[in-house]
Design a protein around this ligand. Structure first.
Ligand SMILES: *Cc1c(COP(=O)(O)O)cnc(C)c1O
Length: 392
């Protein structure tokens, strides 16, 4: 494909490389022998509509947090099991059951609420019991587990629920040598035994997320819940098999030449020490460029890195382009796959002192998601694209 004139665009775009999402999914499907629940919470880690891509690549079910997220997955035309695991006791469980959504419960109160919704809707609820292994977050505390299993077994006999899964979540799986992993593995095995002793059977067990699956500390169970890894993020930093899945580009809104001594942005945190050219990008911290990366971040344009200068604003940032005066509309790559020297999501996470998850889930709703299914090139003109919905 000829690439003589600079690429141009009129709006900022978050390009979702569906081919990379599929490749990452296939890698996990292979590693888990197909026992792969794709975790598409938080709008699929900011990627928008990728359910059909991950299902085509080997995922066999979908996991999300709230009932509202589960209903959105169903509305996307997904007909495999969908599990929702984080809901308050007064959540709309009736709508969940009507849409065939499986529900995780971590207390008798939640179990009873789900059972009531089942009685109302005339549908038997498919339930995963969630045990806390030491995060002190949202599973059932250890000292309540046995009673929860007993209550679930009773409701199974009454016919309102069917326990189809027992789940736990690991706190330290990104550090494979941490003794806490052994402890949590044993606690989970114990919890599963308790569930069986209380009369439950025929359920699938699941413990591992991305880090535990890559490092192997959560193996031996019937399902793996994989989120970050599908989107190229390895919390354990031990694998180089995953591909980055996002590129963020923006058009130059305007450019100007300034003289030595010019201050840039609020507070004049940055003052230029020579005559230089500045380019204005229509992306700021409201669009997910972390303000903490001010004075550290770089972008990629005309084949090279250029520093973002001055304090990030809500809606815009300024790039020092040195001797190059950029044209209005010229496309700047904020981050990409890293194959052409452009920064990656990992670079941005480092500049902001955070993790990649926070960068990818933080891209704001006014940035259009554009799904690309062909490998290579961040140039919007080079490949067939599908624009989600203009999220204005
Ligand atoms: C987010 C989440 C996952 C997925 O974790 P990743 O590290 O993103 O793979 C799995 N299980 C639960 C309970 C989660 O909240």
């Amino acid at each position: 494909m000829p690439n003589t004139a600079p690429a141009t665009s009129t709006t900022a775009e978050l390009i979702v490389h569906d081919d990379a999402v599929r490749a990452n999914t296939a890698w996990f499907a292979d590693r888990t022998a197909g026992r792969l629940m794709a975790v598409l919470k938080a709008d699929a880690f900011g990627h928008g509509s990728v359910a059909h891509s991950v299902l085509a690549a080997g995922a066999t079910s979908i996991g999300v947090t709230s009932v509202a997220e589960a209903l959105r997955v169903r509305a996307d035309g997904v007909d495999v099991p969908v599990l929702s695991w984080l809901n308050p006791v007064d959540a709309d469980f009736a709508s969940a059951l009507s849409a065939d959504v499986d529900l995780a419960v971590s207390s008798i109160e939640l179990l009873n609420a789900v059972s009531r919704a089942a009685a109302q809707t005339g549908r038997r609820a498919r339930v995963h019991l969630h045990v806390d292994l030491g995060m002190s977050r949202d599973g059932a505390p250890q000292d309540t587990w046995s009673a929860l299993c007993t209550a679930a077994a009773l409701l199974e006999r009454l016919g309102t629920v069917r326990v189809v899964g027992v789940m736990g979540h690991m706190s330290c799986a990104d550090r494979p040598d941490d003794p806490q992993n052994v402890r949590e593995g044993l606690l989970f095995a114990n919890a599963v035994r308790t569930a069986r002793r209380r009369g439950l059977s025929g359920f699938v067990t699941h413990l591992a997320a991305t880090a535990a699956t890559i490092t192997g500390v959560g193996s031996g169970h019937g399902l793996h819940r994989i989120g970050a890894g599908l989107f190229g993020i390895d919390p354990s930093s031990t694998s180089d098999a995953l591909m980055p899945t996002l590129s963020l580009t923006a058009p130059v809104v305007s450019s100007r030449t300034v003289l030595a001594g010019a201050g840039i942005g609020y507070g004049h945190d940055h003052v230029v020490d020579r005559t230089t050219n500045l380019a204005l990008l229509p992306l700021g911290y409201a669009d997910g460029l972390p303000r903490a990366a001010s004075e550290r971040a770089e972008v990629h344009v005309r084949g090279r890195r250029r520093p973002v200068v001055g304090r990030f604003s809500m809606d815009m940032v300024v790039v020092d382009t040195g001797d190059d005066r950029l044209h209005h509309g010229e496309t700047v790559t904020v981050f990409g796959r890293g194959t052409a020297g452009e920064p990656t999501v990992a670079d941005w996470a480092r500049w902001a002192g955070t993790i990649e998850h926070e960068i990818v889930t933080g891209i704001g709703s006014r940035v259009a998601r554009v799904h690309r299914s062909v490998p290579d090139s961040t140039d919007a003109r080079n490949a067939s694209s599908r624009k989600d919905h203009a999220r204005a």
